[in-house]
Write a protein that binds this ligand. Structure first.
Ligand SMILES: Nc1ncnc2c1ncn2[C@@H]1O[C@H](COP(=O)(O)OP(=O)(O)OP(=O)(O)O)[C@@H](O)[C@H]1O
Ligand SMILES: [Mg+2]
Length: 251
C-alpha cells in the first residue's frame, strides 16, 4: 500500500496539559488515497493528536511533514494552507441555509458587480455532488432538513471543493444509522479514488475494518502500534486498545 512520499508524517509529537501528558512521542503517517484509523479508549489522545495537525493545538515537541517538507501549523488557517481540512462530528453548518450556501459559506462566488451569484454556486454544488454523492437531491432545502449522512456529504463536498488533500474525520459515523453510515463509507471510497488521504477517528471497530487501510492504536497518550488492517484480526486490535499488547505475528 505505502510507496513514495507520505502525504503526512507526524513525528515524535508530544503535548501536555498541565500535568497530563495527552500525547507522548507519537509518530503516525498517511499516504495519498489511504485511510488510517486512529483507535484507542476515551482519553487515549486521539483528538489531541489530530488537533495538532488541524492547527487547534501547538505541539510541545515533534515535527510535521507534508509531502516530505517540514511545515509549521500554528492555526487552522495554516492547516488549510497545507490543504488539510477537518470534518468535525458536530458539523459546522448553517442550518437555515441550503447546501450550496453552506458549501461556499465565507467563500461565496460573486459576479462582476460583487453580488453573490447563487446560480453559479448551485451549479458548482450540483457538479461536485454528482461526483461525491449522486443520490443527493435536496439542493433547495435548508441543511436542517437533511439527514446526518447528507449533512456529512455537504461538509465533505466543501472540503473537497476547496482542494483538501488531507481530511481529518473525528467520529464521522457516530451519530448515524446503518444506511447513513453506508453513505459515508461510499463517500470515503470516492475520496480515496481521488487520492485524498484520510485520518479517521472511530470507536467502531467494524467500521474501521471496513473503511481503513491501516490502524494506529493509542493508549494513555502513547502509540501502541500501527498495523495493516489486512494483517490483523479484530481481536488483535482489541488487544492493542485494551491491553496495549502487540499482535502476535503469524510466522
Ligand atoms: N484542552 C485540554 N485541557 C486539558 N486536558 C485536555 C485537553 N484536551 C484533552 N485533554 C486531556 O488529554 C487526554 C487526551 O484527550 P483526547 O481528547 O485527545 O482523547 P481521545 O482519545 O480523543 O478520547 P475520546 O475517545 O473520548 O474522544 C485526556 O486525558 C484529556 O482529559
Ligand atoms: Mg476524541
Amino acid at each position: 500500500m505505502e510507496f513514495g512520499t507520505p502525504l503526512v508524517e507526524m513525528k515524535n509529537i508530544s503535548i501536555a496539559f498541565g500535568g497530563v501528558q495527552a500525547v507522548d512521542d507519537v509518530s503516525v503517517d498517511l499516504y495519498p488515497g489511504e485511510v488510517v484509523g486512529l483507535l484507542g479508549h476515551n482519553g487515549a489522545g486521539k483528538s489531541t493528536l489530530i488537533k495538532i495537525l488541524s492547527g487547534a493545538y501547538k505541539a510541545d515537541s515533534g515535527e510535521i511533514c507534508i509531502n516530505g517538507t517540514s511545515v509549521t501549523i500554528n492555526s487552522p488557517r495554516d492547516a488549510r494552507t497545507n490543504n488539510i481540512e477537518t470534518i468535525y462530528q458536530t458539523l459546522a453548518l448553517a442550518d437555515n441555509l441550503d447546501a450550496a450556501s453552506n458549501l461556499f459559506l465565507g467563500r461565496e462566488i460573486t459576479n462582476s458587480f460583487g453580488l453573490v451569484n447563487d446560480d453559479a454556486m448551485e451549479a458548482e454544488t450540483r457538479e461536485i455532488m454528482a461526483r461525491l454523492n449522486p443520490n443527493f437531491k435536496k439542493f433547495a432545502s435548508p441543511v436542517s432538513a437533511l439527514s446526518g449522512g447528507q449533512r456529512q456529504s455537504v461538509a465533505i463536498a466543501r472540503a473537497v471543493y476547496f482542494n483538501a488533500k488531507i481530511l481529518i474525520m473525528d467520529e464521522p459515523t457516530a451519530a448515524l444509522g446503518v444506511h447513513e453510515t453506508q453513505m459515508v463509507a461510499e463517500l470515503i471510497e470516492e475520496l480515496k479514488r481521488q487520492g485524498i488521504g484520510i485520518f479517521l477517528i472511530s470507536h467502531d471497530i467494524q467500521d474501521v475494518f471496513k473503511l481503513c487501510d491501516r490502524v494506529s492504536v493509542m493508549k494513555n497518550g502513547q502509540l501502541v502500534g500501527t498495523e495493516n488492517v489486512a494483517d490483523v484480526t479484530e481481536d488483535d486490535v482489541l488487544g492493542m486498545i485494551i491491553l496495549g499488547k502487540q499482535p502476535e505475528k503469524a510466522a
